[in-house]
Design a protein around this ligand. Sequence first.
Ligand SMILES: Cc1cc2nc3c(=O)[nH]c(=O)nc-3n(C[C@H](O)[C@H](O)[C@H](O)COP(=O)(O)OP(=O)(O)OC[C@H]3O[C@@H](n4cnc5c(N)ncnc54)[C@H](O)[C@@H]3O)c2cc1C
Length: 591
Amino acid sequence: MTYRAPLAEIGFTLKYGAALAGAIEEGLFGDLSLDEVDAVLSEAGRVAAEVIAPLNRVGDKYGASFKDGVVTTAPGWKEAYKTWRTGGWNGVAAPAEWGGQALPQTIAAACAEMLHSSSVAFADGPMLTMAAIDALDAHGSDALKRAYLEKLVSGEWMASMQLTEPQAGSDVGALRTRADRAGDGTYRLKGQKIFITYGEHDLTDNIIHLVLARLPDAPPGTRGISLFLVPKFLLNGDGTPGARNDIRAHSVEHKLGIHGSPTCTMILGDSGGAIGFLIGQENAGMACMFTMMNRARLHVGLQGVGVAECATQLAIAYARERKQGRIAGMKSAEMAPIIAHPDVRRMLLTMRALTNAARVICYTTAMAIDRAERSADETTRAKWHDQASLLTPVAKAFSTDIANEVTSLGVQVHGGMGYIEETGAAQLFRDARIAAIYEGTNGIQGIDLVTRKLPLKDGAVVAAHIGQLRGVVESLSASNDPGFGWSAVRLGDAVESLSRTTAWLLGRLDKEPDTALAGATPYLRLFALAIGGCLLAQEALAALRLGADAAARLAAARFFAENLAVQAGALERTVVEGASGVLGAEAALAS
Ligand SMILES: Cc1cc2nc3c(=O)[nH]c(=O)nc-3n(C[C@H](O)[C@H](O)[C@H](O)COP(=O)(O)OP(=O)(O)OC[C@H]3O[C@@H](n4cnc5c(N)ncnc54)[C@H](O)[C@@H]3O)c2cc1C
């Protein structure tokens, strides 16, 4: 069984979970219609399922090979990339000025989810290119935009994002790659970058590297970092690729998963210095890179959703076919499909509910970005910008954490066959693992949420968000639909746990920062359970209201509230009561 694009599920979550339908009705996206949305999703799903998904296994088996500085992608990948590129998929949300379709980020998010479902390793390259387009469009000079944006939007060229060095991983401020002013407005870069995704490959004629480096007179730490555009091939006067720049791949890594995605060690400046062009201002590179990273963080979250969706589909199909044991009332000679066993159902429902919750959180984050970009007045745009900032670390970390859990459950549902490569469940488990690590580890996302996002507007941004969640709980209570079971009570408890824990953390950030940091990861989970549960309930209420296939949505929302959101209370105690035990636990780590 291969991936099937879940168009009905994705479309409904987009329109009513993330409220795209309402935004279209109020005219946020001009004359865009719901029919056009459906047409885009359907074609994206076709390309993902029919063109790319069949090559995922090939990418895993052959990987990306390295010889004499040249990286060769797996058989069939070049052709698949050409199909993907000529379909215009790089430019779904890119500005029309550079050849993009300027569609909402929410639609781009749904397309990205399907691409990630089809192959995480393949999707990595386009994902970083889309993020680079955002950064260049937001911060690049007119000359740089004119020279590079059209080719990146069309996918004729791809981009890489280069932060990491051996001594500078989570601590980006420790990077040492050096950039010297050449005196003609350009810079010469020297240094080494590691773990660079699609740093070298054979899919495009040119690769546009976005590289963080430090000027000789830069202040220490992140305040002294600048962002440079370093093309693999410098451009001729007519804009075509010309002389080779002084940047090359030294090797590709052998990895646990995403074998098809080349992860390169890059050497800059072997022969005098790689020519770089400044993006934004000197020493202001982190702000520019954050534009790229924030977009990439949401897309890595969508990677989590995509791979979790694929694992869930695979596991449900297997559980319907595989027969073992009996259930009450069966004839003794018969064996039941394992989906009939309550414990297997619990695993499958956990997979489905976590995946749906991560999806609606990611799409809601994308909608906040759309409103931050397109709302009519500055105050409203700023309000949505804050919402997007608050939600981005949750979307990234929760979706990729659950991708690890869901793909692991996927292996479990398959039993011994899950551990054998041919089912595909094992590859999904291996491919999912990286998403919680790159684009800022999930630990760093928790820290970002607690130390930077909770204090936004003195806590008013998170307070407003919690207020919205209370509104959903009230609607749920008011619905009085018995199909929701205990959902309203359990979600109400989760939201109040979130509210109390938020206040507790905000009260400690200044005086006891370590106490707050000790609870950052469980707090992020608590946040996600409360918001995920409420958004699923809201979606189920919409389905009931519209008379649209409500049973599946209601069942998933109820399962989430009664079986997963109930963990919120325990997480509250973990944060509030457990912190001192974390900080005072030296003895347990002594050996
Ligand atoms: C396959 C792959 C592809 C990648 N692609 C790219 C790419 O395209 N471009 C790029 O620039 N980089 C890329 N990376 C690098 C990736 O972003 C880093 O690996 C990641 O940011 C973590 O850095 P590190 O590996 O140095 O781990 P460390 O920073 O050494 O972290 C180790 C552990 O310590 C924790 N930790 C570290 N600091 C803190 C802290 N202050 N507080 C709490 N916990 C902390 C981390 O959460 C983690 O659990 C890639 C990595 C891989 C493996």
